[in-house]
Design a protein around this ligand. Structure first.
Ligand code: CAA
Length: 259
């Protein structure tokens, strides 16, 4: 992964991969190559048993300013029909391990949509979340109308999408777009600590848990409850489930094997 142009990938904590967006000259605008790089790195993380959770972050001033408008300006409808971006987004959404984001500054347009692909969002006090596409004569194109409405509710989503105005970190917290807000210097340490805590859990249970929670956005309650129960039953066949319960009863730390 030495050839990445828009990302820096590190492993700052045991079991944790950190992906930092590094395109400050374009305020971390997510050009197609950036999305392709994110997908590539997530594929590596998915295949690496030593990685239990991944954290995405930007700079201390901005997370990501949206799709790359210079790139987008050159694309007509026929180009957009063959656009690889929707496939990249699908692959990010399908990443099976926990994905967290430490968000500073602007998360706009596709940047806000990237935030909504993440499982846990920790925001800095100065973070701003917005879908400003309406100001450009377009609409969100990477799930911003659908995921936003599901996360923050109809009225707030409509307000954001129709006015293009951003919400601040505390409103994001209030409406469930972020789960915690911290002073700038505490955001990444807190997110990495959460990722480390998560990465120490049983990998099969993490995968099943993520899948089950995400299913609540995809299907009706009875179907999702059925799926939850099936995963719960299936996990009883895993080494780690028996180890987890045995370790609790024997008052010791569990040793998970990921099977
Ligand atoms: N795409 C490409 N370049 C961008 C960009 C973007 N989304 N956002 C900023 N840049 C570039 C600017 O063009 C500028 O480049 P030059 O130096 O070559 O002129 C550079 O980054 C710095 O920009 P600013 O001077 O504007 O920086 P700022 O710090 O004062 O403001 C900002 C930052 C508030 C993010 C502002 O740049 C901005 O409003 N950007 C556009 C945000 C936007 O509209 N995003 C939605 C994109 S559409 C989308 O995402 C569709 C989708 O859903 C798929």
């Amino acid at each position: 992964m030495n050839d990445l142009e828009d990302l820096l990938v590190t492993r700052p904590e045991p079991g944790v991969m950190l992906i930092t967006l590094t395109r400050p000259s374009a305020r971390n605008a997510l050009r197609t190559a950036t999305l392709a790089e994110i997908v590539r790195v997530l594929d590596v993380a998915a295949a690496d048993a030593a990685i239990g959770a991944v954290v995405l972050t930007g700079s201390e001033k901005f997370f990501a300013a949206g799709a790359d408008l210079k790139e987008m300006a050159a694309l007509g409808p026929i180009d957009l029909l063959a656009d690889p971006r929707p496939l990249h987004w699908k692959r990010i959404a399908a990443f099976s391990k926990p994905l967290l984001a430490a968000v500073h500054g602007y998360a706009l347009g596709a940047g806000c949509e990237l935030v909504m692909h993440v499982d846990i969002v920790i925001a800095g006090e100065a973070a701003q979340f917005g879908q400003p596409e309406i100001n450009l004569g377009i609409i969100p194109g990477a799930g911003g109308t659908q995921r936003l409405a599901r996360v923050v509710g109809k009225s707030r989503a409509m307000q954001m999408v129709l006015t293009g105005e951003s919400i601040d970190a505390y409103i994001a917290l209030q409406c469930g777009l972020a789960s915690e807000v911290h002073p700038a210097d505490a955001v990444l340490p807190r997110t990495l600590a959460l990722a480390r805590t998560i990465a120490a859990k049983a990998p099969l249970a993490l995968r099943a848990a993520k899948e089950a929670v995400l299913l609540s956005y995809e299907s009706g309650l009875s179907v999702a409850l059925d799926a939850e129960r099936k995963s719960f039953v299936l996990l009883a066949a895993s080494h780690d489930r028996n180890e987890g319960i045995a370790a609790f009863l024997e008052k010791r730390m569990p040793t998970y094997l990921g099977r």
